[in-house]
Design a binder for this molecule. Structure first.
Ligand code: NDP
Length: 606
């Protein structure tokens, strides 16, 4: 393993991922497993960088001596490169003093509409707007610093007219101040590292690996009982051998392969995901909705040929156990293959050096077999579509068990609401490319189990409950529940669409009405519209829908409300993790956002 070149606390030049811009940063840590340095920018942003993206402070000064001897022709051609800066018009190449530094007031008087994020400034280099060169001369040095200083000020002067500076000490002071106002503790380096191992670190991860399957089995057993009240806990545990069924495993594996086949079909467009921390951008095929239509056709043909879908109900436990076994083996494969990939393709959060923790969180960020993206595939297809098929099987089972000619209104509502949710996810498949799961999370046991086991078998709990515990809904109540689901869906969809559209094209004229806070990363944060309402409006909508899915089951037992209870905990925890990531990424800009938008998920409550 190569030796560490830069030491903690050292000031160096760090490349901004995906660009050719270098900024002065401080090394705050080094992960020997990923061989990534954690560096802190002057605005508080923390990122993990490869060693090749870090240069010593005098690296560029050293380079200048060779560039000085370069011909005029050479220097002109260099400046045309998008990665290099044009010589500012005011610079004095003959060694005269550069022009007087631009005063803060002057900078702020600049047309605020011209504010451009870093990457855009870079893209416009042909228009003399790039501000950084890698080989500036001593004489030009001050001028470039001046221009860079000015541009950074532009970047960090937000559209709400709340400027903040990059001066390190003042920044720290301001950060502490902002955080204190926001009721947060300033995240010291040590605290950050502890938080890096969320879920209770390795002990918590080991516990979760064992707990998740046990909870699922207990939930299914409870739900199958005549009396599913918590007073009758624990349920009767069947002999272990009855949990295993070869046919059930075969069905699950076939389903997985069928989905993989549909994913590979060359239909649907191929689009780019968002740039990753290592600067790479991956391509994804968008055809999940077509895959769903093909599945629906296949199920229709099966039903026409009198295939008994209530088999799913009869063998739900065995199917769930099969899915668990599959997910476990699959996670071992994911963990093993992660040791063969380059360090910059690993997820920093899943590379702590603890085998158990890393197995749970996932080491590799976007594991792929050629173009087959395993995480992206599992996120939307086998589990999500499997959930719809399980619900349908339970609907048929209800009719059979309760001797009904038609399913109950409660069962229809549960099926329709959840079908809408799945169809929405598949229709908006591209939206998943900006989510935490795809951009930040490694692919390990947590996501594999979540996608392949937890989603299809726990999210169908309400339908499973209704098979044995009928609840006759009145129409007025049904209409009220439909209205609730509609409100939740509108919030959920509008918030997700707004953020996705903004992340894909922040300059979209349709989004021009939104107020934003620029950040040092070049991305902005929306501070009005849905994202100015609460910090996670999409979670709010999701939770409202979760309630609407449980209400059709009535109020006799808490079991059908397991989903919303669990989901509330999950989203609170997820919000905290996202908050931590965003605070690292955006530094002071994030603190300002939190100051503007005080509530996380539920206005005036949380
Ligand atoms: P989000 O889609 O909310 O993504 C969070 C990211 O959005 C942040 O990391 C940040 O990333 C960006 N962001 C945050 N605030 C702003 C802002 N003000 N302006 C612009 N960008 C912002 O998170 P999830 O991936 O957790 O959720 C996606 C959807 O999936 C949600 O609707 C959620 O409810 C749902 N979900 C459902 C689950 C289920 O089991 N049913 C489980 C988990 C999620 P960046 O700045 O880098 O773009």
């Amino acid at each position: 393993m190569p030796a560490k070149t830069f030491s903690d606390g050292e000031m160096v030049m760090g490349r901004w991922p995906g660009s050719h811009l270098y900024y002065e940063v401080q090394v705050t840590g080094y992960n020997k497993n990923t061989q990534l340095y954690t560096v802190k920018y002057k605005d508080g942003t923390e990122l993990n960088l490869k060693e090749s993206d870090i240069k010593s402070l005098n690296f560029f000064k050293t380079k200048k001596s060779s560039s000085r001897s370069g011909s005029r022709q050479r220097s002109r051609s260099r400046s045309r490169s998008p990665a290099r800066t044009q010589t500012p018009k005011h610079s004095n190449s003959r060694g005269r003093e550069p022009r007087k530094p631009v005063e803060k007031e002057e900078v702020q008087k600049e047309d605020i509409s011209k504010l451009k994020p870093v990457h855009q400034v870079q893209e416009n280099s042909t228009n003399n707007k790039t501000t950084y060169v890698t080989d500036y001369t001593e004489e030009k040095n001050k001028v470039y610093r001046l221009v860079e200083h000015k541009t950074r000020k532009e970047i960090l002067t937000d559209q709400l007219g709340l400027p903040y500076s990059l001066q390190a000490r003042r920044e720290e002071a301001k950060l502490v101040d902002l955080e204190a106002k926001d009721g947060h503790l300033y995240a010291k380096k040590q605290a950050v590292q502890i938080q890096e191992q969320g879920f209770g670190a390795r002990v918590g991860a080991a516990f979760m690996i064992l707990l998740l399957p046990v909870v699922l089995i207990l939930l299914l057993l409870m739900c199958a009982q005549d009396d599913p009240s918590i007073l009758s806990f624990p349920p009767r545990i069947p002999p272990l051998q009855t949990l295993w069924n070869g046919t059930a495993l075969g069905i699950f594996v076939l389903w997985f392969l069928f989905q993989a086949l549909l994913y590979l079909l060359p239909i649907g467009k191929v689009i780019e995901g968002v740039p990753l921390a290592n600067g790479k951008t991956l391509k994804y095929r968008i055809n999940a909705f077509y895959a769903f239509l093909m599945c629906a056709t296949a199920i229709g043909v099966a039903l026409y040929n009198e295939v008994n879908l209530s088999y799913i109900y009869d063998y739900l436990l065995q199917l769930a156990v099969s899915a668990m076994m599959f997910a476990f083996v699959f996670s071992i494969y994911l963990y093993a293959r992660s040791w063969r990939v380059p360090a910059d393709e690993l997820a920093p959060e899943g590379n702590t050096g603890s085998y158990v923790y890393d197995f749970f969180i996932g080491r590799e960020l976007n594991p792929r077999i050629r173009n087959f993206d395993l995480k992206y595939f599992c996120e939307l297809r086998p589990g999500l579509m499997g959930w719809v098929v399980i619900n349908l099987g339970l609907l048929f089972a209800e009719m059979k068990v309760q001797n009904r000619d038609v399913p109950s209104l409660a069962m229809i509502l549960v099926n329709c609401f959840q079908l809408l949710y799945v169809l929405d996810a598949l229709w908006n498949e591209a939206g998943i490319l900006t989510t935490m799961d795809i951009v930040h999370e490694g692919f390990g046991y947590m996501l594999a189990f979540g996608d392949l086991v937890w989603v299809p078998f726990v999210y169908s709990l309400q339908a499973f409950y209704l098979v044995n515990h009928p609840n006759e809904l009145s129409w007025p109540l049904a209409l009220a529940i439909i209205a609730l689901n509609t409100v939740g869906y509108i919030i959920f969809r509008a918030a997700n669409s707004q953020k996705n559209a903004f992340r894909r094209n922040p300059h979209d004229p349709k989004l021009a009405h939104l107020k934003t806070i620029p950040t040092a990363t070049g991305k902005s944060l929306i501070v009005s519209g849905w994202w100015g309402f609460v910090r996670h409006p999409n979670y709010l909508g999701d939770l409202i829908m979760a309630l609407a899915w449980s209400l059709p089951c009535g109020f006799d037992h808490i079991l059908p409300y397991f989903y919303i209870i669990y989901f509330t905990c999950l989203l609170i925890h997820r919000e905290a993790r996202d908050e931590h990531q965003c605070r690292k990424k955006y530094g002071v800009a994030w603190s300002k956002y939190c100051q503007q938008v005080r509530y996380r998920i539920v206005p005036y409550v949380y």
